[in-house]
Ligand binder design. Structure first.
Ligand SMILES: Cc1ncc(COP(=O)(O)O)c(C=O)c1O
Length: 407
């Protein structure tokens, strides 16, 4: 140990500068949502900013029982390395759930991933060359934009309206840009909560078949439907079945800390994704997969999801009821049939990013819409999540938001 009196040895004078980080990092910023979340972690803030499931609704007892029985009955399997494709029992259970919802699927059609976020990374590794064009909805899920940015993709926005991506605009842009893939969250989209109607899904499948691009259909929210009829996945459309990848996740229906997702892809792309996953993490946690499989066998996930749906529906309704008094005259917002988000737009002249500081001063938060846009941002847009507060807290949060807006 050096004493305080002794000088520290000088760095060698000929030391070269610290080597730089890779150029692919340039221009891919940290997610602004994560940074805002850090700011609003104070317990007194009512935050509509996060995209988190309600933690008090986790089925802790059921998940704990699943881990207990896996560790009691088969610890040497649960704690060992495993195959890259994923736990066969879990894949069989997921395949049965997809088939029951109208998408014939076998266990070998699936790859288990470390959250659906990893599925996005693997597909990007497998499909996207530097400079390749990726089409996205505008606005788009932020971490997907980051993933495509790291790959050096040229991300091209496709205009949307209240029903999601506009097929005529997609046709025109795809014909011009010759994209490698189109990334979509067709059901209860993040950030807008919008759902793409069946006719538009058919039009998207047709465009992919005719022009020739992959469709990445990301569906972490589909099970959280509070009203209306389920719309079939694009993956069920025979026209684009050979070029559609469906991503699913246990984050919103079981718990995001499990980090369990999956992808269902045509054989060649699934094999390529398996190779990409070997290089990424060898396989997703054996014990977590085994516990999820056990949960699906011994507990009733659908009954649990019904509990989540009932709670979220009440929270969504509380937010919808409070918005007219909270936002200025001329504001617009949608009424999502499910999911976690309402997309609101303040009238011209309002800037949701600038307003956030005032709102946090009043101990309420939301995410400004601007960062989700890849084209021209709408400065008045904001994403409001209604899942993590009770109806009473939502009413209070909207009251604070009204005060931030001088109402
Ligand atoms: C549209 C979308 N895709 C993927 C993810 C990532 O989910 P996972 O927890 O399964 O990685 C999220 C998370 O919020 C999301 O909103």
């Amino acid at each position: 140990m050096l004493s305080a009196a002794e000088p520290a040895p000088a760095a060698p004078s000929a030391a070269a500068p610290t080597p730089p980080t890779a150029s692919r990092l340039a221009g891919v910023g940290a997610s602004p949502v994560r940074e805002i979340l850090a700011l609003t972690a104070r317990p007194e803030v009512i935050s509509f900013a996060g995209g988190l499931p309600a933690p008090e609704l986790f089925d802790v007892a059921g998940i704990r029982a699943a881990y207990d029985s896996v560790l009691a009955e088969n610890p040497q399997y649960a704690l060992q390395y495993s195959t890259t494709e994923g736990d066969p029992e879990l894949r069989t259970a997921i395949a049965a759930r997809l088939a029951a919802r109208g998408l014939p699927t076998g266990p070998d059609d699936l790859l288990i991933t470390t959250g659906s976020q990893q599925a996005l990374t693997l597909l990007t590794t497998a499909l996207v060359e530097p400079g390749a064009v990726v089409l996205v909805e505008d606005p788009c899920y932020l971490a997907a934009l980051q993933t495509f940015g790291f790959a050096g993709a040229r991300v091209v926005p496709v205009p949307t309206d209240d029903d999601g991506i506009v097929p005529e605009a997609l046709e025109e842009i795809a014909a011009r840009e010759k994209p490698t893939l189109l990334y979509l969250v067709p059901t209860f989209q993040n950030p807008t909560g919008r759902t793409l109607p069946a006719e538009r899904r058919t039009a998207v499948a047709r465009a992919a078949a005719r022009i020739g691009f992959w469709i990445v259909e990301d569906d972490p929210y589909g099970e959280l439907r509070y009203e209306g009829e389920r719309v079939p996945w694009i993956a069920t459309d025979p026209e684009a079945a050979d070029r559609t990848v469906l991503l699913g996740s246990f984050s919103k229906v079981m718990a995001p800390g499990l980090r369990l997702g999956y992808l269902r892809a045509p054989a060649a792309l699934r094999r390529a994704s398996v190779i990409a996953k070997q290089a990424a993490d060898l396989h997703t946690s054996t014990i977590d997969q085994a516990a999820a499989a056990r949960y699906l066998r011994d507990s009733d996930l659908d009954a649990h999801v019904a509990v989540i749906r009932a709670a979220y529906q009440e929270r969504r309704d509380a937010m919808l009821e409070g918005l007219p008094a909270a936002l200025p005259e001329g504001s617009r917002w949608n009424r999502p049939e499910g999911g976690m988000f309402i997309w609101a737009t303040l009238p011209a002249g309002h800037d949701a990013t600038a307003l956030l500081k005032t709102a946090v001063g009043h101990e309420v938060a939301y995410v400004p819409g601007a960062p989700f846009f890849c084209g021209e941002p709408d400065p008045g847009a904001m994403r409001l999540s209604f899942t993590t507060h009770s109806a009473d807290e939502i009413r209070e949060g909207l009251h604070r938001l009204a005060k931030s807006l001088g109402r």
